[in-house]
Design a protein around this ligand. Structure first.
Ligand SMILES: [Zn+2]
Length: 365
């Protein structure tokens, strides 16, 4: 039987149905969809358009998403508590993460404790295999395996069917909004959460960037950029502003190599736009070609980073921007329509392509 890759419209329809009608008692299925979307961006599909995804990679995503959510909501009011993610008993994953938080203050620290991290990932992976992985695609007691097939579970991995990774990539923003909107509604609807809810802070509590933690990157970036703004190349007189090179609103992950130091003014003008290809080239030379210099400094401060992933995310963002005819920011209020020239800078879609051996010395200019 030959398989026709699913088209974007069919994909959206099925996803919409799943979100509207799926039988969700816990929020795991939202985390699972979020994870599949993220992993589709971060890895290159096979030639037939499919993508193998390990259950432990999904588990690591779960831990990332639920980490902030396992903390008490509004603890300063005395009545704050950890929000329920399940209609009955608290979700197992939340309890496991809350236990990990007793020992490790932050996610990077938890990740660095290899043995305990491995135990946590294995536990979460077990929960994922036990329930959401097989229940996700059931709507009104009817199974529609349009994302992956239960029969294809092998070596603890699933295979996203041809066309599915491409659909997640093309529709990423839309999918994420839909999934997170449904997630938020689910939490609001759990009776046990009602005493605490009913205000607009919930969305940023669940999904907001912990921006304070970006301050830890500032010193490394300042040294690495030779005290200059990545965009205008002028000296940074004040503290400068840690900027997401690919904006947070496009892809909400804080990874070291995606962070640059810029003037407050440059950062404010760039907003959520893509930086035009000359800026991209500067970022590529400064942050990707010299990835390992940065990585060593990030490691010594236990700051999260993954240059291959940052490059993959940039590649995805520029590819989407080019397809959509996006405006790319130059400086002040000047923009240029993004053409294909960014490809000369970032190269092919080989998502693992990051310069590994550092050049011998960086000549400051
Ligand atoms: Zn500047």
């Amino acid at each position: 039987m030959t398989l026709t890759p699913i088209g974007e419209l069919a994909f959206l329809r099925k996803l919409q149905r799943l979100l509207a009608e799926g039988d969700f008692s816990a929020t795991y299925k939202f985390a699972l969809l979020n994870a599949l979307a993220d992993l589709s961006l971060e890895h290159e599909p096979a030639p037939d358009g499919s993508l193998r995804v390990s259950v432990s990679a999904i588990a690591e995503k779960f831990i990332e998403y639920y980490w902030p959510q396992a903390r008490p909501y509004r603890p300063l009011e005395g009545t704050g508590f950890v929000l329920h993610q399940n209609a009955g008993r608290q979700a197992t994953v939340i309890s496991a993460i809350a236990a990990a938080q007793y020992m490790h203050a932050t996610l990077p620290v938890a990740r660095a404790a290899e043995l305990r991290w491995h135990t946590l990932v294995t536990k979460v992976a077990g929960t994922i295999k036990g329930m959401p992985l097989w229940k996700l695609q059931t709507v009104a007691s009817e199974r529609d395996e349009f994302l992956y097939r239960e029969a294809e579970l092998a070596d603890d991995s699933i295979r996203l069917l041809p066309g599915v990774p491409a659909a997640f990539r093309a529709l990423y923003g839309l999918v994420l909004d839909a999934v997170r909107g449904a997630w938020l509604r689910q939490i609001t609807n759990i009776a046990a959460n009602r005493p605490l809810l009913g205000n607009s802070e919930l969305a940023s509590f669940l999904f907001g960037s912990e921006r304070a933690s970006l301050d830890g990157f500032r010193g490394v970036l300042r040294d690495h950029q030779d005290g200059r703004c990545l965009y205008c190349r002028k000296d940074l007189r004040g503290a400068g502003c840690v900027d997401h090179f690919v904006a947070w609103s496009r892809y909400p992950v804080d990874l070291g190599h995606n962070l640059v130091l810029a003037h407050d003014g440059c950062n404010a003008k760039k907003r959520d736009f893509l930086a035009y290809p000359a800026h991209l080239e500067r970022w590529q030379k400064s942050h990707l070609e010299r990835a390992s210099e940065l990585a060593q400094r990030f490691d010594s401060l236990a700051l999260p980073h993954d240059p291959a992933r940052s490059r993959a995310i940039a590649w995805w963002a520029y590819e989407q921007g080019e397809a959509a005819g996006a405006h790319a920011w130059i400086d002040a209020n000047r923009f240029v329509r993004l053409d294909a020239s960014w490809r000369n800078v970032l190269g092919t879609g080989d998502l693992r392509r990051v310069a590994e051996p550092p050049p011998p010395e960086y000549p400051p200019r």
